[in-house]
Design a protein around this ligand. Structure first.
Ligand code: CUA
Length: 331
């Protein structure tokens, strides 16, 4: 029984050591994330040294002064000036070594960026992320693109409740507060696809409020922006996609979603180029036909509390298939 307990405990503890860790702050890929990582490592070693010294003294005291048959009780020490000065000064000095790098990192990550930084406005919504690039006049959702090796300034706010923007490999976290704008700035140092997550409890689907940041070369970023700026692709005549566009235009979809030149809704994510994204539902599911169809039919069953309700009256399977074809054609 006891053996089984230890095997189970070891297995549970060990399971935390697997990988990969897409949302680990210990694998930094930007100047911001590196600064927090250096500070963390620094303070970790101070804490480890304090732990070792304090525990060692404790163990020595326990062994040396423990009760022994026939020996008198050890005499307590009172008013030892040198010892009192030492144990007041030592922590004060250690705290200076913790405080100075901490304050320095706080200022270094306060969100200052050069004027030519790529600017992204992040708006938290229950439960998805809206990204606007004011200088490029483009809007997208849930997948943010930035160029590698260039400063990026992120202005963060919220449309409803308090969220928190956090992409551990690139830096964060910063609260998204309605009526207020908070800033972070970072410069990504390697191309890749980085996962992020809302980090402030914001309701039923807080845990499902994910995002991705695609860090790509300057030219790929430029290509992506050009595609985003273009209007939506027109579906080929007499295809499922064209029927899907008609279904979209006569359904409740238009009340909430923007497709440039087709519908003006602003409650849900902009879908003008939704077919070009890799995920749907704020990073929850791959952007494939099966998931899209299930999502359109009944979003709240896939994501608790999703504001996209079941369509009334329900769409037919043929309508849903046509809608899926249309959305996928919007690359
Ligand atoms: Cu948004 Cu938690």
């Amino acid at each position: 029984m006891r053996k089984r307990f230890w095997v189970l405990t070891a297995a549970l503890a060990g399971s935390g050591c697997g990988g990969p860790f897409p949302q680990s702050a210990l694998h930094p890929h930007s100047d911001f994330a590196r600064a927090s990582d250096v500070l963390f490592t620094d303070i970790f070693w101070w804490a480890a040294a304090v732990f070792v010294v304090v525990e060692a003294l404790l163990v020595v005291a326990l062994i040396r002064f423990r009760h022994r048959e026939g020996r008198p009780a050890p005499t307590p020490t009172h008013g030892h000036t040198l010892m009192e000065i030492a144990w007041t000064l030592a922590p004060a000095v250690i705290l200076v070594f913790v405080a100075v790098p901490t304050v320095r990192t706080i200022f270094a990550t306060a969100g200052g960026a050069p004027a030519d930084a790529v600017k992204v406005q992040v708006i938290g919504h229950q439960w998805w992320w809206e990204f606007k690039y004011p200088d490029l006049a483009l809007t997208t959702a849930n997948e943010m693109h930035v160029p590698v090796g260039k400063p990026v300034r992120v202005a963060i706010t919220s449309a409803d409740v308090i969220h928190s923007f956090w992409v551990p490999p690139l830096g964060g976290k910063r609260d998204a507060i309605p009526g207020q704008t908070n800033y972070i700035a970072f410069q990504a140092d390697s191309e890749g696809d980085y996962s992020g997550q809302c980090a402030e409890f914001c309701g039923a689907s807080h845990a499902n409020m994910r995002l991705r940041v695609v860090v790509e070369s300057d030219s790929e970023f430029g290509r992506w922006a050009t595609v985003q700026l273009a209007g939506p692709a027109a579906p080929t005549p007499r295809t499922a996609a064209e029927r899907g566009k008609a279904v979209f235009a006569r359904s409740a979809c238009i009340g909430c979603h923007t497709i440039q030149g087709v519908s003006p809704g602003v409650i849900g994510p902009n879908l003008t180029h939704v077919g070009g994204r890799t995920t749907i539902a704020s990073g929850l599911f791959p952007n494939d036909s099966a998931h899209l169809a299930r999502w359109i039919a009944d979003a709240p069953s896939l994501k608790p509390g999703a504001l996209m309700t079941r369509m009334q009256p329900p769409l037919t399977d043929a309508d849903i298939a046509a809608l899926v074809a249309y959305l996928q054609s919007l690359k």
